[in-house]
Ligand binder design. Sequence first.
Ligand code: ZN
Length: 62
Amino acid sequence: MESKPETKWVACPDCGSNTRTKLRKDTILFHQLVFCPKCKKEFLVNVNAFDVVVVKEGHRII
Ligand SMILES: [Zn+2]
């Protein structure tokens, strides 16, 4: 039996609530914007599997 979850919501780095971005266990993202409906803020993240790293570079959006 496989007990590890197949998918997971990205938690908001500010308030810890779930954002609207869902990950698979094999999801890889670079500079993905995730939106928190509670804070109404966007966060820039890198994701490798379920490892979410918030990218701090102000509000520079190319
Ligand atoms: Zn939040």
